[in-house]
Design a protein around this ligand. Structure first.
Ligand SMILES: Cc1cc2nc3c(=O)[nH]c(=O)nc-3n(C[C@H](O)[C@H](O)[C@H](O)COP(=O)(O)O)c2cc1C
Length: 178
């Protein structure tokens, strides 16, 4: 049953209060590269290394993930708004100037802040999206500021706003978040 459009708008505004980074998920469909901008990314497990993305039904990227059995999650840098927009055009050609086939056999976004190359571990249908769990087979990251998405707008991160300089936020074995 479809919900009224005003309720959908209110729901989007509510979940949009949660700030995220921005990724581009790349894959291949029938050997042709596919990719889409995506903010529904989360890390899931350390053993094995698992990450999760939520892909809308009807997207060529979801079809490609199912077809090829693999995907790359590319975390965008603060200066890659144009890349985020290029991969958010439904039905548009794959923007080859923003990504390339890498030696690992995945499509990597040029100058991405981090790249997680995955084989598909599981796919769970949830409403009008599929939750795709990827097992990370190769990963890399470089320093730099991430692109932030909040309430429908792109922005940056003031790295010193909340965390005092020098204080490390990470996961300590057995202690959870610190
Ligand atoms: C910031 C941002 C975040 C997005 N996050 C998602 C997402 O998490 N899941 C999704 O299915 N679409 C998301 N989209 C929409 C897709 O990028 C868009 O529908 C894309 O064009 C689908 O491409 P395809 O049909 O060619 O695969 C997002 C778009 C933007 C701009």
């Amino acid at each position: 049953m479809a919900i009224p459009s005003h309720e959908a708008r209110a729901f989007r505004d509510t979940v949009g209060a949660f700030a995220t980074g921005v990724t581009v998920v790349t894959t291949a469909l029938g050997g042709a590269p596919q990719g889409m901008t995506l903010n529904s990314f989360t890390s899931v497990s350390l053993d094995p290394l698992l990450v999760l993305v939520s892909l809308a039904h009807g997207t060529r990227t979801l079809d490609g993930v199912r077809d090829s059995g693999k995907m790359a999650v590319n975390v965008l840098h603060r200066r890659q708004q144009d890349t985020a927009l290029a991969f958010a055009q439904r039905g548009a050609d794959f923007p080859t100037d923003h990504a390339m086939l890498d030696p690992h056999g995945f499509y990597s976004v040029r100058h991405a802040l981090a790249i997680m190359r995955c084989t598909i571990f599981d796919i769970v249908t949830a409403g009008d999206h599929d939750l795709v769990i990827g097992e990370v087979v190769h990963f890399e990251s470089s320093p730099g500021e991430p692109l932030i998405f909040h309430r429908g707008a792109f922005g940056g991160l003031d790295e010193d706003a909340l965390v005092p300089r020098g204080r490390v936020i990470g996961i300590s074995d057995g202690e959870g978040w610190m």
